[in-house]
Ligand binder design. Structure first.
Ligand code: HEC
Ligand code: HEC
Length: 301
């Protein structure tokens, strides 16, 4: 980019623009006054196609020439008003950045009082306000729906935000923290460390934890492996740990699927769900509205 910050390019571009406009004027002027020298025969240029198709040597039609002059006048006026010549800002002082900032300032003026009003209210109160819920939903559809789905029910790897099952916790403060700072779930890969058999045994034990159909023997082996390798994060009873985002394995809510195949993959290859941080991009007031919307989805209004 440093090339574009030097003084050479603005001057170069301005020179090309001005020279092109002048060249157009000269060209039009000569074409409308002078006739091309004919090749002997009067009235024709001497160019012949298809044996007898001859080109007449007439000046360009007036109206057509005038159209060109009008475009040149337009160009000159445009370049005087708008920034088109190097660093010259134009008489109107217009710039795309200026226009953007003016629009932003106008939007801030309109919405700031509304944001401020809700920022001063508690999240449960905001969640009960129909206008705030609508604003929260619009923000959600803009920024969150691509991962959590427009109904916030999520999908494989993206948590359902409408149920009472939370990875990190569902109280207002925790939801605000999740959205502001983001989250990164670190489930290590065990396949290489423990081997395929152990991974399958663990999968059967995890299925047993939530009461699904499983192989008793495998689950018994899995139980020991679980106690040795998994309790640090998922807890002795497999109920999870919100501080780490380690899911509760005893319920029927699955982030990555509860089938034997899905569990073997999760345990064997590990998982790393990433929730982006929005603090800087959205700011506290929008996050307050979003948190209220999300909290409201699973709490009585
Ligand atoms: C790029 C995808 C993506 C986007 C966009 C995204 N999220 Fe998430 N979100 C995730 C993932 C993945 C997780 C789970 C993280 C994990 O597995 O540890 C998550 C987790 C969460 C949680 C924690 C759920 C729990 O059970 O504790 C909340 C709350 C949340 N997101 C809200 C939002 C909101 C509000 C937005 C919009 C501002 C948003 N997310 C945008 C991917 C996304
Ligand atoms: C370092 C902490 C840690 C250890 C140790 C750990 N896990 Fe996990 N586990 C997690 C986290 C965090 C997640 C959520 C990953 C995500 O959000 O992407 C997870 C997710 C899972 C899931 C997916 C649950 C679902 O809802 O889809 C299963 C199954 C699982 N772990 C089983 C195990 C087993 C079995 C072990 C022991 C072999 C184990 N974990 C050891 C942290 C851990």
């Amino acid at each position: 980019m440093s090339d574009f910050n030097s003084d050479f390019w603005p001057v170069y571009i301005s020179a090309i623009t001005v020279i092109s406009i002048l060249a157009c004027i000269v060209l039009l002027w000569t074409l409308s006054t002078k006739r091309v020298a004919t090749g002997g025969k009067a009235g024709v240029t001497g160019h012949v196609w298809d044996e007898d198709l001859e080109e007449y040597n007439n000046p360009l039609p007036r109206w057509w020439i005038w159209l060109f002059y009008i475009t040149i006048v337009f160009a000159v006026i445009y370049l005087a008003l708008y920034p088109g010549l190097g660093r010259y800002p134009g008489l109107l002082k217009w710039s795309s950045r200026g226009q953007y900032e003016a629009e932003q300032a106008k939007a801030r003026e309109t919405y700031q009082p509304i944001y401020a009003k809700y920022a001063a209210m508690s999240i449960p109160d905001v969640a009960r306000d129909p206008q705030a819920r609508e604003m929260g939903q619009r923000l959600f559809l803009n920024y969150c729906a691509q991962c959590h789905a427009s109904d916030a029910r999520g999908g494989k790897g993206f948590p359902d935000l409408t149920d009472k099952d939370w990875l990190y916790g569902g109280d207002p403060e925790t939801i605000v923290a999740t959205i502001t700072k983001g989250r990164s779930g670190m489930m290590p890969a065990w396949g290489k460390i423990l081997g395929d058999e152990a991974t399958r045994n663990l999968a059967d034990y995890v299925i047993a934890l939530s009461g699904g159909a499983h192989d008793e023997l495998r689950a018994a082996y899995g139980k020991e492996l679980f106690a040795a390798n998994c309790v640090a994060c998922h807890g002795p009873e497999g109920k999870g740990n919100p501080a780490l985002g380690a899911p509760n394995l005893t319920d029927k809510t699955w982030l990555y699927g509860g089938s034997s195949t899905a569990l073997v993959e999760t345990i064997g290859k590990g998982r790393n769900g990433v929730m982006p941080a929005w603090g800087e991009f959205l700011g506290d007031e929008k996050i307050h509205l979003l948190a209220a919307y999300v909290w409201g989805l699973s709490n009585a209004r």
